[in-house]
Design a protein around this ligand. Structure first.
Ligand SMILES: Cc1ncc(COP(=O)(O)O)c(C=O)c1O
Length: 423
């Protein structure tokens, strides 16, 4: 079997919902995706039958221990982490980043430089700007090219200096959709002896992630962006994590990974994460025979998950192409991102656009009336909208398909959009 959209869609109850007799079309996915039944069921089961704190001698606590460990193992597979001890859970990416920045800051000194990018979501910008303010660090900015919507990696050679201690960059932009060459960026940072912190929140839902291949020191993502529960996940390289002082209370464990997990975690969230990874593994097993061969260096769920992500990205690209082609045919629309048909490998399906007259918020509101869900504005990509010069005009409309969307849904959007922007 190859990619089977109907089999996929049937697993997501949210996709069948109607409002006043009109189907819902979810293009709000970069802000959070729908979840399959297996994820919701695992979370409900955890709450109903495994509800206890960790580390006890009784049955429900032992079950809860197993739930959390299975989520760690699952995320180690999803990210190709060397060990599940390097997987750390938290409330969301932003909270994890703010929390960890305090520990990373203990390794930095006044005058040290950190590199931040103008393509990043504010969650991978402002925690570091605040740290720089507190510790008198110098921030150096990596700009992106406004025509190509990509980083010019030669520029990075000038931005990184011998004083650079940390480079923070995103895997994919939540606004332009650009996929960044994080492997090349990490290689350059490593030569300079700098640590790397990769925000994978928008790349992890669309492409296979391999933290060992990327060569980063930290990788953060959020499972609610990839069909799972509201939860953040950090992978950290053991040697680097071991150098950090964890900010924790005295009775909590001093060992990895617990020392970075403050307070009681969402065990039901962990159950949901494990089920989310199982969801991908099943796709890999049942629909991605060709892609499995490419990942022959892995086995079991790790291989299946990576094969599934490859398969789903191939499908994503058909949606992206159709969406971009249709938008380019509508008068007055400018796509704020890569549009070349042969460059779909360098972007995720998240497509932002502006219109010469219609305000982004008005377009989003009008689409909502048709039960087509999209976001507008800066979407927290504050530096991006400033760089593109669209911060004062309401940002952009963001259309974010994922693998459960159909070409028919893209076409429905494209059918109603011309009338909306011209009214
Ligand atoms: C690229 C990117 N990074 C970080 C975040 C913040 O994620 P969280 O809501 O898990 O804090 C988002 C949320 O939209 C995002 O798109």
């Amino acid at each position: 079997m190859s990619f089977d959209l109907e089999a996929i869609r049937s697993q997501f109850p949210g996709l069948a919902l109607m409002d006043n007799g009109t189907r819902r079309i979810y293009f709000d996915n970069p802000a959070g995706t729908q979840v399959p039944v297996c994820v919701a069921a695992a979370m409900a089961d955890c709450l109903m039958t495994k509800n206890a704190n960790l580390g006890g001698y009784f049955a429900s606590s032992l079950d809860a221990d197993r739930v959390v460990q299975s989520a760690r193992d699952a995320m180690a597979d999803f990210l190709n982490a060397p060990s599940s001890d390097e997987i750390i859970f938290g409330q969301n990416m932003t909270t994890i980043t703010l929390h960890l920045s305090r520990s990373i800051g203990r390794l930095l000194h006044p005058g040290d430089e950190i590199v931040l990018s103008q393509m990043d979501h504010d969650a991978n910008v402002w925690p570091w700007v605040l740290l720089a303010r507190d510790l008198e660090l110098e921030v150096r900015w990596l700009p992106f090219n406004k025509e190509s919507f990509e980083f010019d990696l030669d520029v990075l050679d000038d931005v990184i200096t011998e004083r650079t201690r940390l480079v923070c960059v995103g895997g994919a932009s939540n606004l332009t959709g650009t996929l960044n060459d994080v492997k090349a960026i990490c290689a350059k940072a490593r030569v300079a002896g700098a640590m790397t912190f990769i925000d994978g929140v928008q790349s992890a839902p669309h492409i296979p992630t391999d933290v060992q291949d990327i060569g980063c020191d930290f990788f953060v993502c959020s499972s609610y962006k990839f069909f799972g529960p509201h939860q953040g996940i950090l992978w950290g390289r053991r040697e680097v994590l071991e150098q950090l002082e964890p900010y924790k209370v005295r009775p909590s464990p001093a060992e990895l990974p617990w020392c970075f997990e403050t307070g009681t975690q969402s065990h039901e969230g962990c159950a949901g994460i494990a089920a989310t990874v199982d969801y991908f593994a099943l796709i890999g097993q049942t629909m991605a025979q060709d892609q499995l061969k490419k990942w022959a260096q892995f086995s079991g769920p790790r291989q299946q998950v990576h094969a599934a992500m490859d398969l789903l990205f191939e499908y994503d690209k058909t949606l992206t192409n159709r969406l971009i082609e249709g938008l380019l045919n509508i008068d007055g629309i400018t796509i704020q991102g890569i549009t070349e048909t042969d460059a779909m490998d360098r972007r995720v399906p998240t497509v932002a656009f502006t219109h010469e007259i219609a305000a982004p918020v008005a377009i989003a509101e009008a689409l909502a009336k048709q039960n087509i869900f999209v976001w507008s504005g800066h979407n927290y990509a504050v530096e991006v909208v400033k760089t593109l010069g669209i911060d004062e005009t309401g940002g952009a409309v963001r259309i974010g398909p994922v693998h459960y969307n159909s070409i028919a849904e893209i076409d429905e959007l494209l059918d109603v959009l011309p009338a909306i922007v011209s009214s």
